[in-house]
Design a protein around this ligand. Structure first.
Ligand code: PHE
Length: 365
């Protein structure tokens, strides 16, 4: 038996590959972290069930990085220095992923963010591409354009934009939407910022009502959408609310967001077989329909593992090269990376109506 085990180990290379998951596991946007980790863990189970990567079992270290810069930086330093990981999946939120990417790049640690859509994540300050940093999602200039075109196609010509000045994702997406909307003939009739601790939006919502804007663009995460949506309905604001992927949560208040639309990375209604078998597998394990976070967590993990396998080593320089040239059929679409390490793939627009989130449109880059 011992001899057999030794042979098996030698044949497979033995050992483990340690991967860190950085995500908000608690706090305001905890559904983001829980879903992301669920997706990653499902991919890890599947790879380990077929023997791991090049014979090495995958082991994860999960750190609660709270969707914000300071805890994410601490988590990144901890997993690199203490756990000695060479691979990070995360963070979810751009404001956390951007500072983590600096640390990953400096340490030659591979970072793949499943969901951080701000362009800065994969770029150095001089505009060149970070060698070790990738993502599994499209970026916000595309997402902003998708929603601008969607609004105009629906016949809406005026928009009011509300955004959190201190959030890289929210501020960026607001800006990209404004640019695309005005360039395509729309008019932004008002723009107001708030801070993440604000809970009373009545002063801004009065301005929204007075502006007679047809669209209220609110590209924030679901807790703010829930607050603003409820207060807007109370005030009788008639503008159609629109936003981005940050709305995606089992905790989105479907009453507050009723009548709204948001761009996202995937729809569980997509009939492609890869999507349907993913939804079924996920449901079996977690008893819930996977959201985009779970799906992109799964995709990001699979992309990373496929690249390590293709490189035939866990040397991160070689794995980065393997990732850059990888072609992979992921649940969220066929993925190849562009020169900035961003996947090129479709977005979907989802609608919130009568207590349900449903597929509304698919938009190609
Ligand atoms: N795109 C968001 C960001 O960059 C994160 C997010 C993605 C949130 C998908 C929800 C769903 O901060």
């Amino acid at each position: 038996v011992v001899a057999l085990l030794v042979t098996a180990c030698q044949a497979g290379g033995g050992g483990t590959i340690k991967v860190a998951v950085l995500a908000p596991m608690s706090g305001q946007v905890s559904t983001f972290g829980i879903s992301t980790n669920n997706g990653v863990q499902l991919a890890v189970e599947e790879w380990n069930a077929k023997g791991g990567i090049n014979g090495k079992k995958i082991e994860t270290v999960v750190a609660d990085s709270q969707c914000s810069a300071d805890p994410a930086v601490n988590a990144a330093n901890k997993v690199i220095q203490e756990d000695k990981v060479k691979f990070i999946i995360g963070e979810v939120c751009s404001s956390a992923s951007i500072p983590v990417s600096e640390i990953a790049e400096a340490n030659q640690v591979i970072q793949i963010s499943p969901t951080s859509t701000n362009p800065q994540v994969t770029l150095n300050k001089d505009g060149s591409t970070k060698k070790y940093v990738f993502r599994a999602c499209f970026i916000d200039p595309f997402q902003g354009t998708v929603m601008a075109k969607f609004a105009l196609d629906k016949g809406y010509k005026t928009a009011f934009i509300m955004f959190d000045q201190g959030n890289d994702y929210v501020r960026g997406l607001a800006e990209y939407f404004e640019k695309a909307f005005t360039e395509a003939g729309g008019q932004v009739v008002g723009k107001e910022s708030y801070t993440k601790t604000d809970t009373d939006f009545s002063a801004i919502l009065t301005k929204v009502a007075e502006s007679k804007a047809e669209v209220l663009f609110l590209p924030d995460y679901y807790p703010i959408v829930n607050l603003v949506g409820a207060q807007a309905k109370e005030k009788g604001v008639t503008a159609v609310m629109m936003g981005g992927d940050g709305w995606d949560s089992a905790d989105l208040d479907l009453k507050a967001a009723d009548g709204g639309f948001f761009s996202n990375h995937y729809s569980p209604e997509d009939p492609r077989p890869i999507v349907q078998s993913w939804v079924a597998n996920y449901q079996k394990k977690y008893n819930a329909v996977p959201d985009a976070l779970a799906t992109l967590g799964y995709d990001a993990a699979n992309l990373l593992f496929a690249a390590i396998e293709k490189a035939g080593t866990d040397d991160t320089t070689k794995v980065a090269e393997a990732l850059a040239s990888l072609q992979y059929e992921a649940v969220s679409g066929k993925i190849t990376f562009d020169a900035q390490h961003n996947p090129v793939k479709n977005a979907v627009v989802l609608s919130v109506k009568d207590g349900k989130v449903s597929f509304s449109a698919s938009v190609a880059p």
